[in-house]
Design a protein around this ligand. Structure first.
Ligand SMILES: *Cc1c(COP(=O)(O)O)cnc(C)c1O
Ligand SMILES: [Zn+2]
Length: 500
């Protein structure tokens, strides 16, 4: 729909112009820095940064119900820059002009209500938000759209030439970064660092296909992260990990879309998110806090962060209920099927600590929960979700397992509805399904397949004396008929069909 066809009171708000004053704010010393340059850690104290809009209060001049209308009507526009995360421009990137926006189809992912069987199994109404339906098949595209739109803005303004975008990755960050970099053509080259043997073949193929330089590092993700941090501090490169606070801004769109999908009534939801480097949980918390602050929602949903017992530093930290006694310790990870979240020392931990405190102040202690699940629980939940019409990855399975556990343990009541983040598409993690089906998990995973969840193709044996398309190319019509009747008879036998 064209802007002049919208209701008059909406028209002037439909297509936003750059506004606001963005600053990097250090979570350690509180110093602020201009966003005119690339910055990932505080130059003074090396802590992580968040982006703050110093003119945020101006947005309160627009009442919450008008914001809701603006965002809802914007969904009908055909302007590419406003089709994705930037329909929430004022909340997550208001300083960027629309002509800098890189839009590759990210955002707007569907929220799918689960069938009765899966809701019964979980203990409450369950929805999956399928972020695997983003262009590179994971939620990372939300943050990359933001980080690359910002890079594009600097390039267009001439304050940056020839960028080398680098990232460490558990697989999906590299797929996404390489995709967006390839779109910007010669101006941006990309290099990705992956832990050798710790990403799936599908995830490895993605940055290769986008033309990125792919470098494998012996070790786990945490080791790759140290290497790119060193690079970003000593060489002229753009760091595309979620340490880059522009990534967080873009990922806030996940919360905005949940609010929109539930007509802005989110107070009765439990939103489950897997935690790896903790960028996503940071963005989700911050996103809901911003909506509340502007009166776009009237109460906060609960947020449940889920971790595998094989990579659980955030869970361990929040086990202690007394904030004064908590102490954060990185953990050494063990192999996890939730490989994209297999991180022992989350870069965004200081952000999480800050936001959880605010979140709990506003919405109560239970409004943020951290849950731990076993590898077995993750696999069983993923397979069961996908047997009920979903396309969840292992991290989506982790969310389902986490919510089910929280409901069973009474920490999430049955009268809430759960929204689970299927952070990537099931196909990216097909190797784990295959290991489950063929009972070939390495012992470290401690996973024994449940026979009722296993599946395998059945092959029809062809007798040696029966001419088949495999043995000969030029079957006569009668030979082909004999072959088809034989095979159809076998299939009918396997399926237990009776001829009519
Ligand atoms: C990156 C990723 C995660 C973990 O997100 P963080 O922001 O690192 O906590 C979970 N699932 C998938 C599929 C991912 O790609
Ligand atoms: Zn600082």
């Amino acid at each position: 729909m064209k802007p002049d066809q919208f209701p008059p009171e909406i028209q002037s708000y439909l297509v936003p112009s750059p506004a606001g004053l963005y600053l990097y704010e250090c979570l350690g010393c509180g110093n602020t820095f201009d966003v005119g340059r690339l910055l990932y850690t505080c130059p003074d104290c090396k802590s992580v940064l968040m982006i703050r809009d110093r003119e945020w209060e101006r947005l309160k001049a627009v009442p919450g119900d008008l914001w809701r209308k603006i965002f809802d009507y914007r969904s009908m526009l055909t302007i590419p820059a406003l089709r994705g995360i930037y329909r929430f421009h004022e909340l997550l990137g208001s300083v960027l002009p629309l002509d800098a926006v890189v839009y590759l189809g990210e955002g707007h992912t569907p929220v799918i209500a689960s069938n009765e069987r899966l809701c019964d199994w979980t203990g409450l109404p369950v929805f999956f938000k399928n972020d695997g339906q983003n262009p590179s098949a994971s939620f990372k595209d939300r943050g990359m759209a933001s980080a690359f739109s910002y890079l594009n803005f600097l390039l267009k303004a001439g304050s940056l030439t020839d960028v080398l975008a680098v990232c460490a990755s558990t697989g999906d960050t590299s797929a996404s970064a390489a995709l967006y970099a390839s779109y910007l053509g010669d101006a941006v080259k990309s290099a990705v660092l992956l832990p050798h043997g710790k990403v799936t073949p599908q995830q490895l193929g993605q940055p290769l296909g986008s033309g990125a330089r792919v470098i494998e590092i012996p070790g786990v993700f945490d080791d790759c992260m140290k290497v790119v941090e060193f690079l970003s501090e000593n060489f002229p490169v753009a760091l595309m990990n979620s340490k880059n606070p522009w990534r967080i801004l873009g990922q806030e769109s996940y919360s905005y879309e949940i609010a929109q999908a539930f007509d802005y009534e989110v107070g009765n939801l439990a939103v489950a998110v897997p935690i790896g480097n903790a960028g996503n949980i940071t963005a989700v918390l911050q996103g809901f806090l911003k909506l509340l602050d502007l009166g776009i929602i009237s109460s906060l949903p609960w947020v449940v962060g889920v971790q595998s017992a094989h990579a659980n530093p955030v869970f361990l930290y929040y086990l202690e209920t007394d904030p004064r006694k908590r102490s954060y310790r990185p953990v050494r990870v063990q192999p996890s099927v939730a490989q994209a979240a297999m991180i022992g020392n989350p870069v965004s931990m200081p952000r999480v600590m800050r936001l959880v405190e605010r979140y709990r102040d506003l919405a109560g202690y239970e409004a943020f929960q951290a849950v731990e699940v076993s590898e077995q629980e993750i696999m069983d939940a993923m397979l069961w979700a996908n047997r009920n019409g979903h396309v969840a990855c292992t991290q989506g399975g982790e969310c389902l397992a986490g919510i089910r556990k929280a409901v069973a343990g009474g920490s999430v009541p049955r009268d809430r509805a759960a929204v689970l983040d299927a952070t990537a598409h099931a196909l990216k993690f097909a190797v784990f399904q295959e290991k489950y089906f063929s009972d070939s998990f390495e012992p470290e995973f401690s996973i024994s397949p449940r026979p009722e969840l296993q599946n395998a193709p059945t092959c029809i044996p062809v007798p040696e004396d029966l001419p088949s398309p495999l043995s000969r190319k030029d079957l006569s019509p009668s030979e082909l008929k004999a072959y088809v009747e034989y095979a159809a008879g076998k299939v009918a036998g396997i399926l237990g069909l009776e001829s009519e």
